[in-house]
Design a protein around this ligand. Structure first.
Ligand code: FES
Length: 117
């Protein structure tokens, strides 16, 4: 990572039903790095307990990395960091599991709904 570029990430923390808090992290990064790159860096270097989800990494195919970036729905893997502060939160209209992970499985795809009802 380039130590010259740094972004402050304010990240939502907490599980569903708990009182939420925000943790702040200063993340060194290279030009063109994504919000997902920053989250991975935080988990590897600052807080291994940070929960977020991703799968395809920048292919924009899995849609598992969707979060709110500065209040707007975005893919963490394609949202680019700049040198300003960035707030990352879970999707507002989905039920929260923990930190940035929400229940994104459509109701009809849940195993419990295979009974045909
Ligand atoms: S990680 Fe798959 S769309 Fe972002």
């Amino acid at each position: 990572m380039n130590e010259n570029l740094k972004t402050k990430l304010k990240v939502y923390r907490g599980a569903g039903g708990e009182e939420a808090r925000y943790d702040q992290f200063e993340v060194p990064h290279e030009e063109g790095a994504s919000v997902l790159d920053a989250l991975v860096w935080i988990r590897e270097n600052k807080d291994a307990s940070l929960a977020f989800r991703y799968s395809c990494v920048s292919a924009n195919a899995c849609k598992e990395c969707m979060v709110l970036v500065d209040g707007k729905v975005n893919y963490a893997c394609t949202a680019r960091l700049n040198t300003g502060d960035v707030t990352v939160e879970p999707l507002a209209k989905k039920s929260l599991i923990r930190d940035l992970v929400t229940d994104i499985v459509p109701p009809k795809e849940r195993l419990g709904s295979l009974g045909g009802k």
